[in-house]
Ligand binder design. Structure first.
Ligand code: UT7
Length: 333
């Protein structure tokens, strides 16, 4: 039963000040600005400084305060925090609780972490929409934040050039006003047959950190880039096509497409498969690299803040990540 619709009431983002350019990276590993730009479109990324508390809850606090202000809320209006992150602040407590404390929320709101890697914010969006539609919560803070520099192997050129740090926060609010924003549809999934194509197998319950793991530098992320690339393109395009078809929509009904910002070649290939006009695709991967669960909310925030996305417009979102999780959504802003 649908009692309410979900409105994106406010957005915020935070990226660390420290910029790491492709040229600087090419002094650390055997790579070049030319290779990275051609294969990924990435020019630079931001790197957290722990001294500045730029770990997940610290970055999210800055983005959340902006989203809460834009929404016209106070911190104690928040009834639930859904915190999508791949690497939490700590194993326990969850990072949503860390954020509750940092924001000074005193109402004991619900706090839950979501780990669906780069699809985490989009999974959270579907969950938040269901909680709002059914009247469970009226105001949800949905967070996508990653400190990828913590899982990057800075000696592995095949992965370390791809990722960056950042946070995007979305303030979601229940509405029942006619003509107001709403989520048109969403779809989520996961292909676990390819789950080891993007993994961090050591450091948790199955394989706790040992001296041997550290000596062999096996505590970091591992990836079969081509498997991930092919799966990403296929699943993002097919999820978008499914949503359009089952809602009797065409590409002309979509004002903006915000795909997960992993790689410009993936984004362009999905756009070509869908025949979606490139001028209506929002990207920021060039500036921030792949910030995993933070890419969609930060790109959305930037496009709202600079006036590209306007109230009443229709936005299509798509993401994929480790799992291999994937999803898409269409909403009226
Ligand atoms: O959110 C999900 C995160 N993951 C992804 O989005 C990854 C998806 N995959 C990709 O984006 C691409 O597969 C990559 C950008 C990771 C790699 O591009 P590719 O066209 O698939 O390259 P490749 O892995 O086939 O490697 C081609 C060559 C290899 O050299 P040889 O064997 O041909 O001599 C690599 O060793 O490029 C080499 N290479 C590099 N060279 C310079 C790999 N990484 C680098 C590098 N700089 N950073």
């Amino acid at each position: 039963m649908q009692l309410y619709k979900t409105k994106i009431q406010g957005t915020g983002k935070y990226h660390p000040d420290k910029v790491l350019t492709n040229d600087e990276l090419s002094k650390m590993v055997d790579t070049s600005d030319e290779w990275i730009t051609q294969r990924t479109g990435i020019k630079e990324r931001r790197i957290s400084d722990l001294e500045k508390e730029e770990y997940p809850s610290g970055m999210a606090e800055r983005a959340a305060r902006q989203a809460i202000e834009n929404a016209g809320w106070t911190v104690d209006d928040v009834e639930c925090i859904l915190f999508a992150t791949t690497i939490p602040d700590m194993m326990l407590p969850n990072t949503a609780s860390q954020l509750q404390a940092r924001l000074g929320i005193t109402n004991q709101c619900a706090c839950l972490d979501i780990n669906a890697a780069c699809t985490g914010w989009l999974y959270g969006f579907q969950m938040a929409n269901s909680l709002i539609q059914t009247g469970v919560y009226k105001k949800i803070l949905l967070v996508g934040t990653e400190m990828a520099s913590g899982f990057n192997n800075w000696q592995d050129r095949s992965t370390c050039v791809l990722f960056g740090d950042g946070s995007g926060v979305t303030a979601l609010e229940a509405t029942d006003a006619d003509g107001d924003s709403f989520v048109i549809d969403s779809i989520m999934g996961s292909d676990s047959s390819k789950r080891m194509a993007l993994a961090m197998p050591n450091g948790a319950a199955m394989s706790p950190i040992t001296h041997e793991i550290l000596d062999n530098r096996e505590q970091y992320i591992t990836m079969d880039g081509q498997v991930v690339f092919k799966s990403a393109v296929k699943t993002m395009a097919s999820h978008c096509a499914t949503l359009l078809e089952r809602n009797n929509m065409t590409l002309d009904d979509i004002d903006w497409f915000i795909p997960h910002q992993a790689n410009l070649r993936i984004i362009e290939t999905v756009g070509k498969l869908l025949k979606f006009p490139s001028e209506r695709v929002i990207t920021n991967v060039q500036k921030y690299a792949n910030t995993s669960s933070a890419t969609i909310p930060t790109a959305m925030h930037e496009a709202i803040a600079d006036g590209r996305i306007k109230r009443g417009q229709t936005i299509m979102l798509a993401a994929f990540g480790a799992g291999l999780t994937s999803g898409a959504a269409i909403l009226q802003f």
